[in-house]
Design a protein. Structure first.
Length: 70
């Protein structure tokens, strides 16, 4: 079975655009996520094949925090 291509611009949790500037221009300082903290528990939710290959979007980060960090 051929390996499915991972879209680095799509959130691995919800499938919507992640708005990752780092993937676009390679400059980390420009991305919205630079000043954010992603908990290990949130990162565990990312499917194994997408870990380190697609960024979580701001909406998923916000929803996770509202649900689990409240």
């Amino acid at each position: 079975m051929p390996e499915r291509k991972i879209d680095p611009f799509t959130c691995p949790l919800c499938g919507k655009p992640n708005r990752c500037i780092l993937q676009k221009n390679g400059v980390q300082e420009d991305c919205w996520c630079v000043n954010e903290t992603f908990s290990a528990k949130l990162l565990e939710l990312v499917p194994e094949e997408k870990k380190g290959r697609a960024c979580i979007c701001r909406d998923c980060l916000k929803k996770y925090r509202e649900t689990y960090d409240a």
